[in-house]
Write a protein that binds this ligand. Sequence first.
Ligand SMILES: Nc1ccn([C@@H]2O[C@H](COP(=O)(O)OP(=O)(O)OP(=O)(O)O)[C@@H](O)[C@H]2O)c(=O)n1
Ligand SMILES: C[C@](O)(CO)[C@H](O)COP(=O)(O)O
Length: 248
Amino acid sequence: MPSVAVVIPAAGQSSRFGGLEKKPFVSLDGRPVWQRSAELFWNRPDVSRVYLVLSPDDRADFRARFGHLIAFANVELVDGGAERFESVANALARVPSGVELIAVHDAVRPLGTPALIDAVFGAAAEHGAALLAVPVADTLKRVDAATNRVVGTTPRTGLWQAQTPQVFRRDWLLDAYARRADVPQPVTDDAQLVEAAGYPVVVVPGSATNFKITTRDDLSLAELILKARTGSREADQPPVRFDDEAKW
Ligand SMILES: Nc1ccn([C@@H]2O[C@H](COP(=O)(O)OP(=O)(O)OP(=O)(O)O)[C@@H](O)[C@H]2O)c(=O)n1
Ligand SMILES: C[C@](O)(CO)[C@H](O)COP(=O)(O)O
């Protein structure tokens, strides 16, 4: 079983989400979104370390609200940067050399499952680099932003939507990040850097329910999915919870 470090970027501005509270910290069916994403990993025997990347602006408030959780789960906090890849780079600098694979998972993708994570960890162990993704299902239109006029239809054959976790051999990811200045912007995921560095990356079928919370509607949908799961499968095998704060 390879040793895996997990980087969870949570240092964005949540500008498309809006409101007073940033999306990683809002409650999703009773627990904060970041916690639901992190606890997918922190009990796994193959995960040796979890790094949670926060904006320095959020750090003090985060420690006050959630310090007991990160102490119990042995999560290390890292300062974020202005772009997602800068946030991830700050965490990569902390990963020790004994780690074989590094997984990067958005703090705002709380609905992954153990089966999906097993699959992408397994593919990364076999191929060196793997990400969850789903084939594009809708017709794609290119639209002029000023007029809302359609200017073209893009064939969707062979197009997949990238999700996380994205999992890489440590040496490949560090090499790719060391060469990130050569990659044209925008850089929107970690696999893009690994691809640009010339390493082969494979996709593993993800799930429509493993979506990223971007807007308020996404949060409402995630609540519905969690409630449906609680009524069925999750009720039988609940994750370790930290509801009883008095224990910590
Ligand atoms: N400088 C950044 C930007 C993003 N992220 C994190 O990367 C994940 C995916 O980013 P996204 O959903 O785009 O979040 P935001 O950048 O916060 O969203 P927005 O673009 O609406 O501001 C999120 O967990 C976000 O907190 C980060 O750690 N550091
Ligand atoms: C990494 C990612 O989740 C892949 O879909 C995504 O690119 C990050 O979101 P962003 O909105 O592009 O920052």
